[in-house]
Design a protein around this ligand. Structure first.
Ligand code: PLP
Length: 395
């Protein structure tokens, strides 16, 4: 008997969660580990959001909700998309999901037939490939590097399109590079998607975490009605409101597809947690000052980290305008080390210096590592002392 389905045989555990677990394990065993692996803000969820969740519990909001989410939250998302992104939706075009991750999962499940191709720019967020493969689709990876600011070019995109191409994925600001596409770049990508009749999947989960005004992100859906009608906007509360554990995300797009996503949810998760939905409602409708405060702290840390990387022999990086990661190029450091690739280098860094980073292989590159600066400045200072010690003792 084959104990497992064919579908899951290629499934790999999320490397970012794995490295976080490994760092926690070492910490629990008494090691002084600094974790730069986790993709989550280190701040607690803002107080007014916690209060809203408590109130929801006290008022008995502890039952099943519609699979698409509570009407008030869907309306709040409609209002957010109008206010912040210049996008017009009605609630039937919104599905609330168990994090953006679940939204993407459902979307691939309802859009893809066996063999359908989805174009994924590399470096990519770890879950895209597994999610596409689980839906029996085929990820088509477009490689980018520092020379092109880790962004795909229109020429590259057009050359990758085949008869089987169904969708193009854009993640701006990007995890792991922090890069943001300009409206002009998105316009060109959108035109190609119109020309070849492709869906656009726009993962905007880091939209509020951008530190340089000139890079303010725009949603590709807002640029042109022809883009709007073929775009799914993915977003959520995890990163903006430091609510990773609450698991609330959403997808906005054409109502017929959104409806099928609701049906899929109705047979799997039923609905996102009722209490978390009320918390997310408070996040979207309440004061936005806590977001500004978190953003200011992230900016200070980003600047510190980028400066330190430039000071360390063998490491280099672009300054990421957004998200809370730096994708560090370790090619030179590798050349001077006994290690062959970013996996070996990261493992040695964890073992020798107790600093956890995510190897670039998780995002498609063997000569990068990703660090998350969503941790205190004191920890970052200590981590970079250790990284400097590690690289200078490799030769
Ligand atoms: N998209 C990207 C690019 C991410 O980095 C993440 C989280 O790491 C997600 C989606 C999923 O976020 P959520 O916590 O809402 O599922």
């Amino acid at each position: 008997m084959n104990r497992l389905s064919k579908r899951v045989q290629q499934l790999t555990p999320s490397p970012t969660l794995a490295i976080t677990a490994k760092a926690q394990e070492l910490k629990a065993a008494g090691h002084n580990v600094i974790g730069l692996g986790a993709g989550e803000p280190d701040f607690n969820t803002p107080k007014h959001i916690l209060e809203a969740a408590k109130k929801a519990m006290d008022e008995g909001q502890t039952k099943y909700t519609p699979s698409s989410g509570i009407p008030k939250l869907r309306q709040a998302i409609v209002d957010k998309l109008s206010r912040e992104n210049g996008l017009t939706y009605v609630p039937s075009q919104i599905t609330v999901t168990v994090g953006a991750k679940h939204g993407l999962y459902n979307l691939f499940q309802v859009l893809l037939n066996k063999g359908d191709e989805v174009i994924v720019p590399m470096p990519y967020w770890v879950s895209y490939l597994d999610q596409i493969t689980l839906a029996e689709g085929q990820p088509v990876i477009l490689t980018t590097d520092e020379q092109q600011n880790f962004k795909i070019t229109p020429e590259q995109l057009e050359a990758a399109i085949t008869e089987k191409t169904k969708a193009v994925l854009i993640n701006s600001p990007s995890n792991p590079t922090g890069m943001v596409y300009t409206p002009e770049e998105l316009q060109k990508i959108g035109e190609i998607c119109v020309k070849y009749d492709l869906w656009i999947i726009s993962d905007e989960i880091y939209e509020h975490l951008v530190y340089d005004e000139q890079f303010s992100p725009v949603s590709i859906a807002s640029l042109d009605p022809r883009f709007y009608e073929r775009t799914f906007v993915i977003n959520g509360v995890s990163k903006t409101y430091s609510m990773t554990g609450w698991r609330i995300g959403f997808v906005a797009g054409p109502a017929d597809v959104i409806n099928v996503m609701n049906d899929l949810s109705s047979h799997s998760v039923s609905n996102p947690t009722s209490i978390a939905q009320f918390a997310a409602l408070a996040a979207f409708t309440g004061p936005q000052e806590p977001v500004k405060k978190m953003k200011a702290a992230f900016k200070e840390r980003r600047d510190y980290v980028v400066n330190r990387i430039h000071e360390i022999e063998g490491l280099s990086c672009l300054t990421p305008p957004g998200a809370f990661y730096v994708f560090i190029n370790i090619r030179k450091a590798l050349e001077e080390s006994p290690y062959q690739n970013s996996d070996e280098w990261s493992t040695a860094l964890l073992e020798k210096e107790q600093v956890a980073v995510v190897p670039g292989s998780a995002f498609g590159s063997n000569h990068h590592v990703r660090i998350s600066y969503a941790t205190s400045i004191e920890d970052l200072q200590e981590a970079f002392k250790r990284i400097e010690h590690f690289t200078s003792h490799l030769a």
